[in-house]
Design a protein around this ligand. Structure first.
Ligand code: NAX
Length: 335
């Protein structure tokens, strides 16, 4: 059998807890296809290299047929070389007492460097997924720092929020999550995000119902459902004393697999993409989460969805937060 050439996939923050759940799925073919060999590049900071060595040993010990090579490094010129896909998970975590602005400043510095490294070393058709928080603004900075790579190749993760919304509706209706489609996450991956079910369909008893008809509890859908999804990350931290990792890794796989292989017919998913030219009046030059469909490795924002006043107000509020984040980040960039 003729096997394809290996593709080169980078995961940053590779010694961290999300990567620990993520790398196995990627290496065994869940994301890029079951007949696609992979060279894995693993970037972390120098003090984490001994830990990364352990991750490499475990990947080797999985004895996976598609995994051709694993390269751990703390050097950007090694990590970013000739990449087909980059999953940027590593970032500066928020420490106790740290101001939001200081966190943003530290991450602007990281994503500026990594954007420049993509520009210099990666393939020009590389697909870049930013996970590290603040994900939308980090993604914007990375894209701005990589002028030779099309902006459409950059996206940020809001698929975890999307999956959370889908699961909440499914549990409420007593159906599997796969029977719920077309929830939307609008805006920032933060507590201002707007989980919207106005266009969501629930397959109940063999037929597709509008979400509001399936759930039959408008008050819940317009209140507790939204806040549950918005605050789910904090709820997981409170319970686990660690942030979401298994579910984040699953969402990363969903996101990248859809970029690689396309979305299902008649379904859309949520991801943070450049807002330029969007049909919903969201200001330009933001990385904002929209409903998208993907075909031939290109995404398109789903057009023509009716937006009521309730939704409009929430979509604008999360856009305002992103504008503020962007403007602060750009100030740091030019300082
Ligand atoms: P961990 O702290 O377990 O791991 C992060 C790893 O990144 C560490 O090993 C660290 O050394 C490394 N790192 C730091 N700076 C780096 C740099 N400049 N280059 C390469 N590696 C670097 O965090 P983890 O739980 O894995 O979370 C990673 C990031 O994902 C965090 O920013 C987190 O906030 C974010 N998340 C984003 C989500 C999203 O939906 N967009 C959801 C999950 C998660 O909260």
């Amino acid at each position: 059998m003729n096997m394809a050439e290996p593709i080169r996939v980078l995961v940053t923050g590779a010694a961290g807890q999300i990567a620990y759940s993520l790398l196995f799925s990627i290496a065994k073919g869940d994301v890029f296809g079951r007949d696609q060999p992979i060279s894995l590049l693993l970037l972390d900071i120098a003090p984490m290299l001994p830990v990364l060595e352990g991750v490499v040993m475990e990947l080797q010990d999985c004895a996976l047929p598609l995994l051709r090579e694993v390269i751990p490094t703390d050097k950007e010129e090694v990590a970013f070389k000739d990449l087909d896909a980059a999953i940027l998970v590593g970032s500066m975590p928020r420490r106790e007492g740290m101001e939001r602005k200081d966190l943003l400043k530290a991450n602007v510095a990281i994503f500026k460097c990594q954007g420049a490294a993509l520009d210099k070393y990666a393939k020009k058709n590389v697909k870049v997924l930013v996970v590290g928080n603040p994900a939308n603004t980090n993604c914007l900075i990375a894209a701005m720092s990589a002028p030779s790579i099309p902006k459409e190749n950059f996206s940020c993760l809001t698929r975890l929020d999307h999956n959370r919304a889908r699961a909440q509706v499914a549990m409420r209706c007593g159906v599997p999550a796969t029977h719920v489609k077309n929830v939307i996450i609008w805006g920032n991956h933060s507590s201002t995000q707007y989980p919207d079910v106005h266009h969501c369909k629930v397959n109940k008893g063999g037929s597709d119902l509008a979400c509001f008809d399936a759930v039959k509890d408008d008050e819940w859908l317009k209140g507790e459902f939204i806040s549950t999804v918005q605050l789910r990350g904090a709820a997981v931290i409170k319970a686990r004393k660690l942030s979401s990792a298994m579910s984040a890794a699953k969402a990363i796989c969903d996101h990248m697999r859809d970029i690689w292989s396309g979305t299902l017919e008649g379904e859309y998913i949520s991801m943070g993409v450049f807002s330029s030219g969007n049909p919903y009046g969201i200001p330009e030059n933001l990385v904002y989460s929209f409903p998208v469909q993907i075909k031939d490795k290109s995404w398109k924002i789903v057009d023509g969805l009716a937006i009521n006043d309730f939704s409009r107000q929430k979509m604008d509020a999360t856009a305002s937060e992103l504008i503020e984040e962007r403007d602060t980040a750009v100030d740091f960039l030019s300082a």
